[in-house]
Design a protein around this ligand. Structure first.
Ligand SMILES: *[C@@H]1O[C@H](CO)[C@@H](O)[C@H](O)[C@H]1NC(C)=O
Ligand SMILES: *[C@@H]1O[C@H](CO)[C@@H](O)[C@H](O)[C@H]1NC(C)=O
Ligand SMILES: *[C@@H]1O[C@H](CO)[C@@H](O)[C@H](O)[C@H]1NC(C)=O
Ligand SMILES: *[C@@H]1O[C@H](CO)[C@@H](O)[C@H](O)[C@H]1NC(C)=O
Ligand SMILES: *[C@@H]1O[C@H](CO)[C@@H](O)[C@H](O)[C@H]1NC(C)=O
Ligand SMILES: *[C@@H]1O[C@H](CO)[C@@H](O)[C@H](O)[C@H]1NC(C)=O
Length: 378
């Protein structure tokens, strides 16, 4: 009968090279486990993601360069809308078109609107680029150019270029108080970006500065823009969008006071390769009487700050520790198996090894190792 059962046999190879390579491999895996999994990735911790709420309050006054809209603009004038979730907008520049009423006037010259006689203009036509209804008349825009007449809010807005320097001055010195309350519900952990030891007299006069006042939650707008490596006055002309990032990465195995927010600022609306249409603007109107018969149109340019809160917390827990220990041991075994796979083909070329490794229990002629033509059973 040729039934057999094979059992592994331990063979001790007295070889410094093979022994050393094997140990080094094990040491590397162990090092990876300890350093990467346990120290760098903190695999012994349970993690939780953040819940957050943000409120902001902008303070300061700005000045208007032209007198007919009022010289002093305060928070109620330049923060639009008064409140927004996780965001605030500060007006920095504007194009003002005063005394608009609904009448007829000559359209701004463009390829579509320039005409030489009434038959170039069609009654009732309105294109999406035009600001009103064509009346069908061709009228003088100025002494040299004729354009189609339209029924619209006249006089029409001339919005080719925002004023430079910006019409509102002093916006760079405005400050914003950012209040951010956060929770890590799994650990029942609650904190805010205003530290418990900060008192109100400090809060009344501080301004955030990375080196001198890193805990102050009041930020000067110019500092925010400059930390993002932008120039405030240049950005103020066309407006823009800034990301105001608050990152909470907390290791709750340590004391609560080490769980502090990190602030980072970056500009979001700019593309280095293509500067076309960077900036941020929108239009709004101030109506002068309740029948909405005349208004002041404002094309406002400004900076929107989007406050983005993210982060996570970790705390020691048995379950992830054991799970990661298990997978670590698996990796340890895998390293040994891979080492075996690499080393075995080399060893089997060695007759002495083959002789010792594969042998039959009974040195019977019937159980001789198969050699060429002889068959096992007779
Ligand atoms: C707007 O209208 C008022 C009153 O009708 C007038 O006093 C003022 O000069 C006008 N402003 C402009 C810029 O046309
Ligand atoms: C707005 O219209 C009303 C009546 O239509 C007029 O009395 C008032 O002067 C106008 N205001 C401006 C600023 O044009
Ligand atoms: C008329 O308007 C056109 C287009 O804006 C301009 O190029 C031209 O210089 C103006 N002519 C006069 C006399 O103002
Ligand atoms: C902003 O504040 C600084 C220092 O307080 C001052 O020197 C500067 O003139 C202010 N800028 C404007 C535009 O008011
Ligand atoms: C408030 O805090 C500041 C520093 O954080 C400290 O110098 C000052 O004495 C405190 N004032 C009061 C009234 O506690
Ligand atoms: C922060 O404070 C230091 C020292 O007072 C000052 O040199 C630096 O300009 C300040 N940074 C900002 C952004 O204001």
């Amino acid at each position: 009968m040729a039934l057999e059962y094979s059992t592994p046999k331990v063979l001790v190879l007295r070889s410094n090279t093979i022994g050393a390579v094997h140990r080094i491999l094990q040491a590397l895996v162990l090092l990876y486990l300890i350093w990467y999994v346990y120290i760098n990735k903190k695999a012994y911790q349970e993690t939780d993601s953040i819940l957050s709420s943000v409120t902001t309050k902008v303070k300061g006054i700005t000045f208007m360069n032209t007198s007919d809209l009022g010289k002093i603009w305060d928070v109620a004038d330049y923060v639009i809308p008064p409140q927004e979730p996780n965001s605030f907008f500060v007006l920095t520049n504007l194009i003002v078109t005063q005394n608009q009423t609904q009448t007829t006037c000559a359209e701004i010259p463009s390829v579509d609107s320039i005409c030489s006689s009434d038959k170039d203009c069609k009654h009732g036509i309105r294109s999406s680029r035009s600001k009103g209804w064509q009346t069908g008349k061709c009228v003088d825009f100025n002494r040299t150019v004729k354009t189609c007449q339209i029924l619209a809010w006249c006089p029409l807005e001339r919005d080719d270029k925002p004023p430079n320097p910006p019409l509102l001055t002093g916006t760079e010195n405005l400050t914003v108080l950012v209040k951010n309350n956060i929770q890590f519900p799994k650990f029942n952990f609650i904190k805010r970006n205003i530290d418990p030891h900060i008192n109100s007299s400090y809060l009344n006069q501080c301004v955030f500065n990375r080196s001198t006042d890193p805990e102050c939650p009041i930020f000067r707008l110019k500092d925010i823009i400059e930390e993002a490596e932008e120039d405030f006055q240049t950005m103020a002309i066309h407006g823009g969008v800034m990301a105001f990032q608050i990152r909470w990465d907390c290791d709750l195995d340590w004391a609560d006071r080490w769980c502090v927010p990190q602030y980072e600022f970056r500009r979001m609306d700019k593309h280095r390769a293509n500067p076309v249409t960077t900036g941020y603007n929108f239009r709004y109107a101030k109506y002068h009487n309740k029948f909405h018969m005349n208004r002041t149109l404002i094309k406002g340019y400004g900076i929107r700050f989007d406050i983005i809160v993210f982060g996570q917390a970790g705390k020691f827990d048995f379950v992830p520790t054991l799970v990661n220990l298990g997978s670590g041991l698996g990796l340890f075994g895998l390293a040994t198996s891979i080492f075996g796979l690499i080393i075995t083909p080399c060893l089997t070329k060695w007759p002495h090894y083959r002789e010792r490794k594969f042998s039959y229990l009974e040195q019977d002629s019937e159980y001789e190792p198969i050699s060429g033509s002889t068959t096992g059973a007779q």
